[in-house]
Design a protein around this ligand. Structure first.
Ligand code: MLT
Ligand code: MN
Ligand code: ZN
Length: 305
């Protein structure tokens, strides 16, 4: 199984277009040792030709341009993207669907039932797409049943419902439902190896802990370093917990949780917010992660399992 990180930043990207925080201004000025990052997406493939894109970010054109495997291979209209799967209905994960509207056939799209509802009501992308290529929608089961995507032969997928909120445009924003946010388990029958991809995680209940412990590689929520990061910088009044993200530092934080995993597990943070001090490759927070054996995903990162 091949995994390619298309975009490693949280919503807004890095630098964020309207942000002058220390990280964003430092990157623009060239004074910060850091790399630009596009918004949250990975691609998974078995053969390197046909890819399943997990989350269609608003940066998807730039991501296709940076990843030749996703570009047309043969014929007049073609794509290396065989299917798209969403872990939630947030803007940074689904608005790229609109940018694929020229597809020659309906997009093969996999979401939970609740995400389909949000994308047909509060943020009606699926209705809009009916005027273009349309989608061929497939339900992601949220009861722990395995499912397969034809574009990923030999890979069993399982959705793990996780705690979190749907987008602010959802009628269920304050009353989240099972299926609003999921993590995805990819199990390659050939190699027997398992990936867990979960860019939004509000906490680590026992079910999530078990999946983390059983995976060979975990690509998990790296949004914020501290709960009050955005408040301290002055860019928002929201805490990490208000947005459904478990911060890395502090008691019970992501770094502490990842330290419990078996030695051989590859542990990688993804969906990193532009305010997060771990983006500074010369900073003490990044050094702390390196010492703990935790990697920070970057655009273009390749993983083979
Ligand atoms: C999130 O991950 O919390 C959301 O995507 C935030 C956003 O992009 O608006
Ligand atoms: Mn997000
Ligand atoms: Zn910023």
């Amino acid at each position: 199984m091949l995994i390619r990180v298309l975009g490693s930043a949280a919503g807004g990207g890095f630098p964020q277009w309207n942000c002058n925080c220390g990280n964003c201004s430092g990157l623009r000025a060239g004074t910060l040792k850091a790399h630009r990052r596009s918004q949250s997406s990975i691609a998974v493939s078995v053969d390197g030709r046909q890819w399943v894109v997990c989350n269609a970010s608003p940066d998807i054109h730039q991501q296709i341009a940076a990843n030749p495997a996703l570009q047309p291979h043969q014929g007049l209209r073609d794509s290396g993207i065989g299917a798209i799967i969403l872990v939630d209905g947030q803007i940074d994960h689904c608005t790229g669907l609109l940018l694929l509207r020229e597809h020659r056939a309906p997009l093969e799209l996999w979401t939970t039932e609740t995400v389909r509802e949000d994308l047909s009501t509060g943020l009606p992308i699926l209705n809009v797409l009916k005027h273009f290529c349309g989608v061929h929608w497939h339900r992601i089961p949220v009861d722990g049943m395995e499912f397969q995507i034809p574009a990923l032969p030999g890979v069993a997928l399982i959705a793990l419902p996780v705690e979190g909120k749907p987008g602010p445009y959802s009628a269920y924003r304050e009353n989240p439902r099972v299926g609003d946010n999921i993590g995805l388990i990819f199990r390659d029958a050939g190699s027997g190896r398992q990936l867990f991809y979960c860019p939004g995680l509000a906490g680590i209940p026992p079910a999530v802990e078990r999946v983390l412990g059983a995976s060979d590689c975990v690509l998990v929520d790296g949004t914020f370093w501290s709960d009050d990061e955005m408040i301290r910088i002055g860019v928002s009044h929201k805490r990490a917990s208000d947005l459904g993200h478990l911060p890395q530092s502090g008691a019970g934080g992501m770094a502490e949780q990842l330290a419990r995993l078996p030695q051989a597990t590859r542990r990688i943070l993804i969906h990193i917010n532009n305010t997060n001090p771990i983006l500074d490759e010369a900073g003490p927070e990044r050094a702390q992660l390196v010492a703990a054996g935790i990697e920070v995903a970057h655009d273009g990162m390749e993983i083979e399992l």
